[in-house]
Design a protein around this ligand. Structure first.
Ligand code: DCP
Ligand code: MG
Length: 366
Protein backbone atom coordinates (compact mmCIF):
# COMPACT_ATOMS: atom_id res chain seq x y z
CA UNK A 1 0.00 0.00 0.00
CA UNK A 2 1.16 3.49 -0.87
CA UNK A 3 2.18 5.63 2.09
CA UNK A 4 0.48 8.95 2.67
CA UNK A 5 2.48 12.24 2.77
CA UNK A 6 4.68 12.30 5.81
CA UNK A 7 3.84 11.32 9.33
CA UNK A 8 4.86 14.47 11.24
CA UNK A 9 2.59 15.67 13.98
CA UNK A 10 -0.43 17.62 12.72
CA UNK A 11 -0.51 21.38 13.06
CA UNK A 12 -3.51 22.28 15.26
CA UNK A 13 -4.13 25.98 15.85
CA UNK A 14 -7.08 25.54 18.12
CA UNK A 15 -8.11 22.34 19.85
CA UNK A 16 -11.79 23.14 19.32
CA UNK A 17 -11.49 23.59 15.55
CA UNK A 18 -12.43 20.47 13.69
CA UNK A 19 -11.43 19.54 10.15
CA UNK A 20 -14.28 17.89 8.31
CA UNK A 21 -14.08 16.67 4.71
CA UNK A 22 -17.21 15.84 2.72
CA UNK A 23 -16.56 13.67 -0.34
CA UNK A 24 -19.09 13.12 -3.12
CA UNK A 25 -18.39 11.20 -6.34
CA UNK A 26 -19.34 12.99 -9.56
CA UNK A 27 -22.33 11.54 -11.48
CA UNK A 28 -21.48 8.33 -9.64
CA UNK A 29 -23.31 5.50 -11.49
CA UNK A 30 -22.61 7.18 -14.85
CA UNK A 31 -18.89 7.66 -14.06
CA UNK A 32 -18.50 3.98 -13.20
CA UNK A 33 -20.24 2.91 -16.41
CA UNK A 34 -18.25 5.36 -18.56
CA UNK A 35 -15.00 4.24 -16.99
CA UNK A 36 -15.79 0.81 -18.42
CA UNK A 37 -17.06 2.19 -21.76
CA UNK A 38 -14.79 5.19 -22.48
CA UNK A 39 -15.98 5.45 -26.11
CA UNK A 40 -19.26 6.88 -24.77
CA UNK A 41 -17.63 9.53 -22.57
CA UNK A 42 -18.30 12.48 -24.85
CA UNK A 43 -21.94 11.44 -25.43
CA UNK A 44 -24.95 12.17 -23.20
CA UNK A 45 -25.54 9.06 -21.05
CA UNK A 46 -28.26 8.32 -18.48
CA UNK A 47 -28.41 5.41 -16.08
CA UNK A 48 -31.86 4.18 -15.11
CA UNK A 49 -35.00 2.31 -16.09
CA UNK A 50 -36.43 1.80 -19.53
CA UNK A 51 -38.52 4.69 -20.97
CA UNK A 52 -41.15 2.15 -22.08
CA UNK A 53 -41.65 0.81 -18.56
CA UNK A 54 -42.06 4.14 -16.81
CA UNK A 55 -38.41 4.05 -15.74
CA UNK A 56 -36.72 7.06 -14.18
CA UNK A 57 -33.23 8.54 -14.45
CA UNK A 58 -31.03 7.45 -11.50
CA UNK A 59 -28.29 9.79 -12.72
CA UNK A 60 -26.69 11.06 -15.92
CA UNK A 61 -23.26 12.35 -16.95
CA UNK A 62 -22.56 16.08 -17.13
CA UNK A 63 -22.89 15.96 -20.94
CA UNK A 64 -26.54 14.86 -20.52
CA UNK A 65 -27.11 17.54 -17.84
CA UNK A 66 -26.58 20.17 -20.55
CA UNK A 67 -29.98 19.08 -21.91
CA UNK A 68 -31.67 19.67 -18.55
CA UNK A 69 -31.74 15.96 -17.68
CA UNK A 70 -31.46 15.16 -13.95
CA UNK A 71 -31.99 12.40 -11.37
CA UNK A 72 -35.59 11.27 -10.75
CA UNK A 73 -36.81 12.60 -14.13
CA UNK A 74 -38.93 10.11 -16.13
CA UNK A 75 -36.67 8.48 -18.73
CA UNK A 76 -39.29 9.14 -21.42
CA UNK A 77 -39.02 12.88 -20.71
CA UNK A 78 -35.21 12.68 -20.75
CA UNK A 79 -35.37 11.06 -24.20
CA UNK A 80 -37.63 13.85 -25.45
CA UNK A 81 -35.07 16.42 -24.30
CA UNK A 82 -32.21 14.51 -25.88
CA UNK A 83 -33.27 11.93 -28.51
CA UNK A 84 -29.69 10.60 -28.95
CA UNK A 85 -29.34 9.91 -25.18
CA UNK A 86 -27.59 6.60 -24.38
CA UNK A 87 -29.50 4.69 -21.72
CA UNK A 88 -27.80 2.09 -19.54
CA UNK A 89 -29.28 -0.14 -16.84
CA UNK A 90 -27.88 0.28 -13.32
CA UNK A 91 -25.50 -2.40 -12.02
CA UNK A 92 -25.81 -2.00 -8.26
CA UNK A 93 -23.29 -4.70 -7.33
CA UNK A 94 -20.65 -2.90 -9.41
CA UNK A 95 -21.42 0.45 -7.68
CA UNK A 96 -21.32 -1.19 -4.25
CA UNK A 97 -17.93 -2.64 -4.99
CA UNK A 98 -16.52 0.73 -6.23
CA UNK A 99 -18.05 2.39 -3.16
CA UNK A 100 -16.16 -0.06 -0.91
CA UNK A 101 -12.93 0.70 -2.78
CA UNK A 102 -13.46 4.46 -2.29
CA UNK A 103 -14.01 3.76 1.39
CA UNK A 104 -10.72 1.85 1.58
CA UNK A 105 -8.98 4.99 0.30
CA UNK A 106 -10.66 7.10 3.03
CA UNK A 107 -9.51 4.58 5.62
CA UNK A 108 -5.89 5.38 4.75
CA UNK A 109 -6.49 8.82 6.30
CA UNK A 110 -8.97 8.42 9.17
CA UNK A 111 -11.16 5.92 10.98
CA UNK A 112 -13.86 8.50 11.61
CA UNK A 113 -15.96 8.02 8.48
CA UNK A 114 -19.72 8.46 8.16
CA UNK A 115 -21.05 7.15 4.84
CA UNK A 116 -24.26 8.93 3.77
CA UNK A 117 -24.86 6.90 0.62
CA UNK A 118 -22.85 4.78 -1.81
CA UNK A 119 -21.03 7.83 -3.18
CA UNK A 120 -20.95 10.29 -0.28
CA UNK A 121 -19.25 10.41 3.12
CA UNK A 122 -18.12 12.72 5.89
CA UNK A 123 -14.56 12.26 7.21
CA UNK A 124 -13.25 13.81 10.41
CA UNK A 125 -9.53 14.34 9.78
CA UNK A 126 -8.94 16.63 12.80
CA UNK A 127 -6.41 14.20 14.27
CA UNK A 128 -5.01 12.76 11.06
CA UNK A 129 -1.27 13.00 10.82
CA UNK A 130 -1.13 12.55 7.03
CA UNK A 131 -0.11 15.62 4.99
CA UNK A 132 1.02 17.28 8.24
CA UNK A 133 -2.60 17.53 9.20
CA UNK A 134 -3.62 19.64 6.18
CA UNK A 135 -7.23 18.68 5.43
CA UNK A 136 -7.05 20.32 1.98
CA UNK A 137 -4.01 18.25 1.04
CA UNK A 138 -5.66 15.10 2.40
CA UNK A 139 -8.72 15.82 0.22
CA UNK A 140 -6.46 16.39 -2.79
CA UNK A 141 -4.66 13.07 -2.20
CA UNK A 142 -7.94 11.22 -1.79
CA UNK A 143 -9.23 12.67 -5.05
CA UNK A 144 -6.00 11.81 -6.89
CA UNK A 145 -6.09 8.23 -5.59
CA UNK A 146 -9.76 7.78 -6.53
CA UNK A 147 -8.97 9.01 -10.04
CA UNK A 148 -5.77 7.01 -10.51
CA UNK A 149 -6.78 3.76 -8.79
CA UNK A 150 -10.51 3.61 -9.58
CA UNK A 151 -10.87 5.67 -12.76
CA UNK A 152 -13.65 7.97 -11.56
CA UNK A 153 -13.69 11.55 -10.21
CA UNK A 154 -14.78 12.76 -6.79
CA UNK A 155 -15.32 16.27 -5.39
CA UNK A 156 -14.55 17.38 -1.85
CA UNK A 157 -15.48 20.12 0.58
CA UNK A 158 -13.26 21.02 3.54
CA UNK A 159 -14.61 23.04 6.47
CA UNK A 160 -14.77 23.17 10.29
CA UNK A 161 -18.17 21.36 10.34
CA UNK A 162 -20.49 19.05 8.41
CA UNK A 163 -22.92 21.76 7.27
CA UNK A 164 -20.23 23.82 5.54
CA UNK A 165 -18.20 20.84 4.28
CA UNK A 166 -21.25 19.51 2.45
CA UNK A 167 -21.96 22.87 0.84
CA UNK A 168 -18.28 23.23 -0.08
CA UNK A 169 -18.12 19.86 -1.90
CA UNK A 170 -20.78 21.14 -4.29
CA UNK A 171 -19.00 24.47 -4.88
CA UNK A 172 -16.44 23.26 -7.46
CA UNK A 173 -18.21 20.15 -8.74
CA UNK A 174 -17.38 18.17 -10.89
CA UNK A 175 -13.80 17.09 -10.11
CA UNK A 176 -13.03 19.97 -7.76
CA UNK A 177 -12.55 20.86 -4.13
CA UNK A 178 -13.24 23.93 -2.02
CA UNK A 179 -12.00 24.86 1.43
CA UNK A 180 -13.70 27.13 3.96
CA UNK A 181 -11.18 27.90 6.70
CA UNK A 182 -12.41 28.86 10.20
CA UNK A 183 -11.37 32.46 9.43
CA UNK A 184 -13.48 32.50 6.24
CA UNK A 185 -16.68 31.13 7.80
CA UNK A 186 -18.26 34.50 8.71
CA UNK A 187 -17.73 36.04 5.27
CA UNK A 188 -18.86 32.85 3.54
CA UNK A 189 -22.17 32.47 5.36
CA UNK A 190 -23.21 36.13 5.09
CA UNK A 191 -23.67 35.75 1.31
CA UNK A 192 -24.93 32.14 1.41
CA UNK A 193 -28.47 31.59 0.13
CA UNK A 194 -30.85 30.15 2.75
CA UNK A 195 -31.79 27.51 0.14
CA UNK A 196 -28.42 25.85 0.84
CA UNK A 197 -29.46 25.07 4.45
CA UNK A 198 -30.64 21.48 4.91
CA UNK A 199 -34.20 21.50 6.16
CA UNK A 200 -35.04 24.60 4.12
CA UNK A 201 -37.12 23.28 1.22
CA UNK A 202 -38.94 25.30 -1.39
CA UNK A 203 -41.94 26.02 0.93
CA UNK A 204 -39.80 27.38 3.80
CA UNK A 205 -37.59 29.29 1.34
CA UNK A 206 -40.71 31.01 -0.10
CA UNK A 207 -41.90 31.88 3.43
CA UNK A 208 -38.47 33.34 4.21
CA UNK A 209 -38.45 35.26 0.96
CA UNK A 210 -41.79 36.80 1.96
CA UNK A 211 -40.20 37.75 5.31
CA UNK A 212 -37.37 39.49 3.41
CA UNK A 213 -34.84 36.73 4.15
CA UNK A 214 -32.71 35.52 1.25
CA UNK A 215 -29.26 34.95 2.70
CA UNK A 216 -27.83 33.65 5.96
CA UNK A 217 -26.71 37.26 6.53
CA UNK A 218 -30.40 38.32 6.50
CA UNK A 219 -31.21 35.53 8.96
CA UNK A 220 -28.52 36.75 11.38
CA UNK A 221 -30.59 39.87 12.09
CA UNK A 222 -33.34 37.74 13.61
CA UNK A 223 -33.28 37.05 17.38
CA UNK A 224 -33.53 33.40 18.45
CA UNK A 225 -36.97 33.90 19.97
CA UNK A 226 -38.38 35.41 16.78
CA UNK A 227 -36.91 32.60 14.67
CA UNK A 228 -38.46 29.87 16.82
CA UNK A 229 -41.78 31.72 16.88
CA UNK A 230 -41.77 32.01 13.09
CA UNK A 231 -40.16 28.71 12.06
CA UNK A 232 -40.86 26.37 14.96
CA UNK A 233 -38.24 23.73 15.77
CA UNK A 234 -36.24 24.62 12.68
CA UNK A 235 -35.78 28.12 14.15
CA UNK A 236 -33.13 27.18 16.73
CA UNK A 237 -31.14 25.28 14.13
CA UNK A 238 -31.39 28.21 11.71
CA UNK A 239 -30.01 30.52 14.40
CA UNK A 240 -26.81 28.45 14.58
CA UNK A 241 -26.46 27.41 10.93
CA UNK A 242 -26.79 30.95 9.57
CA UNK A 243 -23.73 31.80 11.70
CA UNK A 244 -21.87 28.78 10.31
CA UNK A 245 -22.22 26.81 13.57
CA UNK A 246 -22.92 23.07 13.38
CA UNK A 247 -21.83 20.86 16.27
CA UNK A 248 -22.94 17.51 14.82
CA UNK A 249 -20.28 14.81 15.14
CA UNK A 250 -19.15 12.59 12.28
CA UNK A 251 -20.86 9.37 13.29
CA UNK A 252 -18.83 6.26 12.58
CA UNK A 253 -20.76 3.57 10.71
CA UNK A 254 -22.94 1.42 12.97
CA UNK A 255 -21.85 -2.15 13.49
CA UNK A 256 -23.47 -4.65 11.17
CA UNK A 257 -26.11 -6.78 12.93
CA UNK A 258 -27.14 -9.02 10.04
CA UNK A 259 -26.49 -9.83 6.40
CA UNK A 260 -29.26 -11.10 4.15
CA UNK A 261 -30.44 -11.45 0.55
CA UNK A 262 -33.93 -12.07 -0.76
CA UNK A 263 -35.82 -12.31 -4.04
CA UNK A 264 -39.50 -11.81 -4.82
CA UNK A 265 -40.36 -13.86 -7.90
CA UNK A 266 -42.33 -12.46 -10.81
CA UNK A 267 -43.91 -15.98 -11.08
CA UNK A 268 -44.54 -17.98 -7.90
CA UNK A 269 -42.33 -21.08 -7.48
CA UNK A 270 -44.44 -24.27 -7.51
CA UNK A 271 -41.94 -27.05 -6.84
CA UNK A 272 -39.62 -27.83 -3.96
CA UNK A 273 -36.72 -28.42 -6.41
CA UNK A 274 -37.14 -24.94 -7.83
CA UNK A 275 -37.03 -23.52 -4.29
CA UNK A 276 -33.94 -25.59 -3.52
CA UNK A 277 -32.00 -24.29 -6.50
CA UNK A 278 -33.04 -20.74 -5.62
CA UNK A 279 -31.86 -21.23 -2.03
CA UNK A 280 -28.49 -22.44 -3.34
CA UNK A 281 -28.19 -19.37 -5.56
CA UNK A 282 -29.16 -17.00 -2.73
CA UNK A 283 -26.80 -18.76 -0.29
CA UNK A 284 -23.91 -18.17 -2.69
CA UNK A 285 -24.76 -14.45 -2.88
CA UNK A 286 -25.18 -14.24 0.87
CA UNK A 287 -21.75 -15.72 1.58
CA UNK A 288 -20.13 -13.39 -0.93
CA UNK A 289 -21.57 -10.50 1.10
CA UNK A 290 -20.54 -12.07 4.40
CA UNK A 291 -16.99 -12.41 3.05
CA UNK A 292 -16.91 -8.81 1.79
CA UNK A 293 -18.20 -7.52 5.12
CA UNK A 294 -15.51 -9.61 6.88
CA UNK A 295 -17.98 -10.97 9.44
CA UNK A 296 -17.86 -14.75 8.79
CA UNK A 297 -16.28 -15.35 12.21
CA UNK A 298 -19.13 -13.51 13.94
CA UNK A 299 -22.11 -15.47 12.55
CA UNK A 300 -24.46 -16.36 15.41
CA UNK A 301 -27.63 -17.57 13.67
CA UNK A 302 -28.91 -18.72 10.26
CA UNK A 303 -32.45 -17.99 9.10
CA UNK A 304 -34.66 -18.49 6.07
CA UNK A 305 -37.79 -16.52 5.27
CA UNK A 306 -40.50 -17.77 2.93
CA UNK A 307 -43.52 -15.78 1.78
CA UNK A 308 -46.26 -17.97 0.29
CA UNK A 309 -48.62 -16.95 -2.51
CA UNK A 310 -51.29 -16.03 0.07
CA UNK A 311 -48.73 -13.58 1.57
CA UNK A 312 -48.31 -15.62 4.75
CA UNK A 313 -44.68 -15.29 5.81
CA UNK A 314 -42.75 -17.81 7.87
CA UNK A 315 -39.23 -17.76 9.27
CA UNK A 316 -37.14 -20.73 10.45
CA UNK A 317 -33.81 -20.20 12.18
CA UNK A 318 -30.96 -22.18 13.68
CA UNK A 319 -28.40 -20.89 16.15
CA UNK A 320 -24.82 -21.86 15.25
CA UNK A 321 -21.52 -20.08 14.88
CA UNK A 322 -19.67 -22.09 12.22
CA UNK A 323 -19.70 -21.36 8.47
CA UNK A 324 -22.08 -23.98 7.08
CA UNK A 325 -24.02 -22.86 3.98
CA UNK A 326 -25.75 -26.28 3.79
CA UNK A 327 -27.85 -25.30 6.83
CA UNK A 328 -30.19 -23.32 4.59
CA UNK A 329 -31.32 -26.44 2.69
CA UNK A 330 -32.52 -28.08 5.91
CA UNK A 331 -34.20 -24.83 7.00
CA UNK A 332 -35.99 -24.67 3.62
CA UNK A 333 -37.46 -28.16 4.08
CA UNK A 334 -38.82 -27.16 7.50
CA UNK A 335 -40.32 -23.94 6.16
CA UNK A 336 -41.96 -25.62 3.15
CA UNK A 337 -43.69 -28.13 5.44
CA UNK A 338 -45.65 -25.23 6.94
CA UNK A 339 -47.85 -24.62 3.86
CA UNK A 340 -49.03 -26.16 0.56
CA UNK A 341 -49.09 -22.77 -1.13
CA UNK A 342 -46.66 -21.75 -3.91
CA UNK A 343 -43.70 -19.59 -2.96
CA UNK A 344 -43.62 -15.86 -3.71
CA UNK A 345 -40.43 -14.79 -1.92
CA UNK A 346 -37.34 -16.46 -0.46
CA UNK A 347 -34.85 -14.74 1.80
CA UNK A 348 -31.77 -16.13 3.55
CA UNK A 349 -29.71 -14.39 6.19
CA UNK A 350 -27.32 -14.61 9.09
CA UNK A 351 -27.27 -12.72 12.37
CA UNK A 352 -23.93 -11.16 13.27
CA UNK A 353 -22.92 -11.01 16.90
CA UNK A 354 -21.50 -7.88 18.43
CA UNK A 355 -17.70 -8.33 18.79
CA UNK A 356 -17.84 -7.09 22.37
CA UNK A 357 -20.61 -9.45 23.49
CA UNK A 358 -18.82 -12.35 21.76
CA UNK A 359 -15.75 -11.47 23.79
CA UNK A 360 -17.78 -11.16 26.99
CA UNK A 361 -19.36 -14.55 26.38
CA UNK A 362 -15.91 -16.05 26.02
CA UNK A 363 -14.81 -14.49 29.32
CA UNK A 364 -17.90 -15.84 30.96
CA UNK A 365 -17.19 -19.37 29.74
CA UNK A 366 -13.63 -19.18 30.99
N1 DCP B 1 -29.41 8.28 -7.30
C1 DCP B 1 -30.62 7.66 -7.64
N2 DCP B 1 -31.79 8.37 -7.63
C2 DCP B 1 -31.80 9.68 -7.29
C3 DCP B 1 -30.59 10.32 -6.91
C4 DCP B 1 -29.40 9.59 -6.93
O1 DCP B 1 -30.61 6.46 -7.96
N3 DCP B 1 -32.95 10.36 -7.29
C5 DCP B 1 -28.16 7.50 -7.34
C6 DCP B 1 -27.46 7.69 -8.66
C7 DCP B 1 -26.29 8.59 -8.35
C8 DCP B 1 -26.00 8.26 -6.90
O2 DCP B 1 -27.25 7.91 -6.32
O3 DCP B 1 -25.17 8.35 -9.19
C9 DCP B 1 -25.37 9.42 -6.13
O4 DCP B 1 -26.27 10.51 -6.06
P1 DCP B 1 -25.81 12.01 -6.14
O5 DCP B 1 -26.94 12.86 -5.70
O6 DCP B 1 -24.49 12.20 -5.46
O7 DCP B 1 -25.64 12.29 -7.71
P2 DCP B 1 -24.44 11.94 -8.68
O8 DCP B 1 -23.27 11.36 -7.97
O9 DCP B 1 -24.98 11.09 -9.78
O10 DCP B 1 -24.09 13.35 -9.30
P3 DCP B 1 -23.29 14.57 -8.62
O11 DCP B 1 -22.11 14.77 -9.50
O12 DCP B 1 -24.24 15.71 -8.68
O13 DCP B 1 -22.94 14.17 -7.22
MG1 MG C 1 -22.53 12.27 -6.20
Amino acid sequence: METVCNQNAPIRLNSYTRKIVHCDCDSFYASVELRDKPALRASPVAIGGSPNQRGVVATCNYEARKYGIHSAMPMSQALKRCPHLHIMKPDMSKYRSVSRQVNEIYEQYTNIIEPLSLDEAFLDVSDSTACRGSASLIAKQIRDKVRNDLGITISAGIAPNKFLAKIASDWKKPDGQFTITPEQVSDFVVKLSVKKIFGVGSVTAAKMHADGINTCGDLQHWPLLELTRQYGRLGARLYELCRGIDKREVKVHQLRKSVSVETTYSRDLQHAEECLSEVRRLTKQLFQRVETAGVSRRISQYWIKIRFSNFRTTTVSETRTDVEPGVFEALLQKALRRSDEDVRLIGVGVKISDPLSAQQLLLFEE
